[in-house]
Design a protein around this ligand. Structure first.
Ligand code: 5GP
Length: 253
């Protein structure tokens, strides 16, 4: 199946916007959607990076459970699937030639070589979500984040830090996915990666996955209220009409 076809914007975010801009952050039913009115706005990217093994996946999955209207950018990669990983769910697993063709057709928003394999973000899905006012969370490495920032500096960049080197090494060992040699390589990379923290908007120490997910959620909620992203003129025209508030004209004109 074509990667773009499998990676289409879902319904809940669109419905939330149609319901008058209700913020879908886990509330269920029409009543809760109607109660929480928010301004219509354009979506944004929530870019999450951090060393391998820091727990990005777990934290992002917790956030997604809490915010079903948050979209997830499924990356394309040339690395082979690990046991339990599904094509089109965890990644789009591509042959190197297929990945190269995507680069040449300009279909990737960013791409990079990470630990000997190619990884990239399909552009069409992300762009269609943003246009539809939906926010997209993505787990990409520091090279990819740098490319996204160069093209889209107004997006939100979050760096996840381990509580210590020892904790990071223990986690990589515990997940049991990597050889001794790969662990040494990942720890070495991590020691360099953390210096890129200055390129990011926010930092979260992942000392506890629930707490880290709660912090990421706070960032998401705050960023959803940025005036610069809202279509506040549209909202004013609809909800703060002159006849309802005589004498209070649009002072910004
Ligand atoms: P893993 O193979 O362990 O799933 O991921 C290895 C690294 O690749 C992680 O640091 C992850 O953030 C990064 N990665 C995953 N998807 C992308 C992507 O689309 N672009 C870039 N640049 N890095 C990615």
């Amino acid at each position: 199946m074509d990667s773009e076809a499998r990676n289409q914007p879902g319904e809940s975010g669109e419905q939330a916007e149609k319901a008058g801009g209700a913020e879908g952050s886990g509330g269920t039913g029409r009543a809760s959607q109607r109660r929480r009115l928010v301004l219509p706005r354009r979506g944004f990217l929530l870019v999450v990076s951090g060393p391998s093994g820091v727990g990005k996946n777990t934290v992002i999955n917790l956030l997604r459970r809490r915010c079903p209207d948050l979209r997830y950018s499924i990356s394309a990669t040339t690395r082979p699937a690990r046991p339990g990983e599904r094509d089109g769910v965890d990644y789009f697993f591509l042959a190197p030639q297929e990945f190269q063709a995507k680069i040449e057709r300009g279909e990737l928003l960013e791409w990079a070589e990470v630990y000997g394999h190619l990884y990239g973000t399909p552009r069409a899905y992300v762009e269609s979500c943003l246009e539809a006012g939906q926010d997209v969370v993505m787990d990409i490495d520091i090279q990819g984040a740098r490319q996204v920032k160069a093209k889209m500096p107004g997006e939100v960049f979050v760096f996840l830090l381990p509580p210590s080197w020892r904790a990071l090494e223990e986690r990589i060992h515990k997940r049991g996915k990597d050889s001794e040699q790969a662990i040494v390589q990942r720890m070495k990379a991590a020691r360099q990666e953390i210096w890129c923290i200055e390129d990011y908007t926010y930092v979260i120490i992942n000392d506890d996955v629930r707490r880290a997910a709660a912090r990421l959620h706070s960032i998401l909620v705050a960023e959803r209220s940025r005036v610069a992203r809202t279509h506040w003129r549209q909202y004013f025209a609809r909800c703060f009409r002159e006849k309802e508030h005589p004498g209070k004209e649009d002072a910004t004109k």
